[in-house]
Design a protein around this ligand. Structure first.
Ligand code: ATP
Length: 237
C-alpha cells in the first residue's frame, strides 16, 4: 500500500501551549486509519492542521509527496482532502441540497450531479428531505449530511472528526457502517474518534494519542487486543 499522507514530527501549538508534540503517522491508499484518544489528546488539532486551518510550529505534512504546510485550506480541498469537522458545522438555514452543493465548491467538472445522486444513494434521508433546512435534522442526520458534503468534493482522503459523537448506538452503527461502505468504494479515510471500539474495529491501522503524543500504534485488531487499550479506552479492568 503506498502512503498518500505522511505526517512527520508534527508539532502544533496554541500560543505557548503545545497541543501536538511531535507526532508521525502515515495513511496508505485505501486504508481506514483511526486516531483514538481521550478529550484534549490533540486529535482535532491534528486534523485541522492537515486541512490548513492551523499551521504547525514544526514538522511536515505530505499529501502524495506535496508539503501541505503552506497551502491554503481551499487549495488543500482542491488537492483531494476533505474534512468533516467535529460538531458537523452544517449551515442550518440552508437546505440539505444547498449544504451538499457547498461541498463541491472547489470543483469545475461535470460529475457533480452524479455525486449528488451518489450521496443520496448513500443516505436516502438526504434525498427525501433535500429541500428542507438542514437545521431541522437530528444529530445523526446532520452527521450524514456532513459526511455527504465532504464526499461532494470527491476526496482522495476523507477526514472524519468524531462522527459518532452524541449519537444513539443505532445511529452510530449506521454511520460506522457507512465508513466501511466508503472504503469499499475506494475512499481512503482518516478517522478521529473517542469511541475506540467502533473506530478500531474498522481500522486497517490505528494510533493512540495521549496529551499530544502517539503512545501506541498497530493494526486495528492488534490495538483492540492490547491490554493497555482495553483498560484505558474500552473500560475493562
Ligand atoms: P476532543 O475530543 O475533546 O476534541 P482532541 O483530542 O480533539 O479532544 P484537541 O481539541 O485537539 O483535542 O485539543 C488538544 C489540546 O489543545 C487541549 O489541551 C485543548 O485544550 C487545547 N486547545 C484546543 N484548541 C485550543 C485553542 N483554540 N486555544 C488554546 N488551546 C486549545
Amino acid at each position: 500500500m503506498s502512503d498518500i499522507l505522511e505526517v512527520k514530527d508534527l508539532v502544533v501549538s496554541y500560543g505557548k501551549i503545545k497541543a501536538v508534540k511531535g507526532i508521525s503517522f502515515t495513511v496508505g491508499e485505501g486504508e481506514v486509519v483511526s486516531l483514538i484518544g481521550t478529550n484534549g489528546a490533540g486529535k482535532t488539532t491534528t486534523l485541522r492542521t492537515i486541512s490548513g486551518l492551523l499551521r504547525p510550529t514544526s514538522g511536515s505534512i505530505r499529501f502524495r509527496g506535496q508539503d501541505l504546510t503552506k497551502v491554503a485550506p481551499h487549495d488543500i480541498v482542491s488537492l483531494g482532502l476533505a474534512h468533516s469537522p467535529e460538531g458537523r458545522r452544517i449551515f442550518p438555514k440552508l437546505s440539505v441540497e444547498e449544504n451538499l452543493m457547498l461541498g463541491a465548491f472547489s470543483r469545475k467538472d461535470k460529475g457533480i450531479r452524479a455525486d449528488l445522486d451518489a450521496a443520496f444513494e448513500l443516505f436516502p434521508i438526504l434525498q427525501e428531505r433535500r429541500a428542507q433546512p438542514a437545521g431541522t435534522f437530528s444529530g445523526g442526520e446532520q452527521q450524514m449530511l456532513a459526511m455527504g458534503r465532504a464526499m461532494m468534493s470527491k476526496p482522495q482522503l476523507l477526514m472524519l472528526d468524531e462522527p459518532s459523537m452524541g449519537l444513539s448506538p443505532l445511529m452510530m452503527k449506521r454511520i460506522m457502517t457507512t465508513v466501511t461502505t466508503l472504503q469499499e468504494q475506494g475512499t481512503t479515510i482518516l478517522l478521529v474518534e473517542q469511541n475506540a471500539q467502533a473506530a478500531l474495529k474498522r481500522a486497517t491501522k490505528g494510533y493512540v494519542l495521549e496529551v499530544g503524543t502517539i503512545v501506541l500504534s498497530g493494526t486495528g485488531s492488534e490495538l483492540l487486543a492490547s491490554d493497555d487499550v482495553r483498560k484505558a479506552y474500552l473500560g475493562e479492568d
